[in-house]
Design a protein around this ligand. Sequence first.
Ligand code: PEP
Length: 248
Amino acid sequence: MRRKLAAGNWKMNGSRASLDMLETLAAAHRVSTCDIVICPPHPLLFPAAKICGSGPVQVGAQDCHTAAKGAHTGDTAAGLIAETGARYVIVGHSERREAHGESDAQVRAKAEAAIAAGLTAIVCIGESLEQREAGEALGVIKAQLAGSVPDGSTGATLVVAYEPIWAIGTGKIPTLEQIAEVHASLRAELVGRFGDTGKGIRLLYGGSVKPENAAGIFAIADVDGALVGGASLKAEDFSPIIAALDAS
Ligand code: PEP
């Protein structure tokens, strides 16, 4: 059984004051059957983890470096992220792939560093609009999966987030059939590579998930939760998404 996961990516948003929403979420979802994770900017990881304690909300980071330490000004090692109390780290988000030129090989190395530090890596993959319109989506996604996911991954160390780039922050989402096709294909790839272990790796959908569309997305086979950007910033938006996942 895969435990469902609602992960919020705050990107470069939020402040010390916005961490209040963690207490609101924890109070509202004390008996949730899902894992709930908030990924704030790095300076907020430690206070966020302190607020969350051993409650139902966990903390994740949005990126890590491939190296354990060294001359990498401005970067953060996965081990230090783990020291803050964070349990997850997003790697390979399309905004980092685009703005920082991250390749599949780098994303894979980051995921390996995260796993070595005891974190669960949330590896993001997804096609551009041009690739979708050219009928290349499945091929692109499979290649990203093969290139970005470390050998030896398990359900404890890896989560895969399918995030079509054109759906992120745009209010547009693929059809439910398109999401179903991609997730079925990802599951087949994971099982092909990892055998039965691949059945335990969670697959998230990400891209303009909102309270209004969450239930429909969560009803799709092999959608084990969501990676949520804008709608994770306020408890009043994220909470109904968690509730929809709980009910799915
Ligand atoms: C994201 O940043 O991963 C994301 C899915 O953003 P949004 O939900 O705002 O589209």
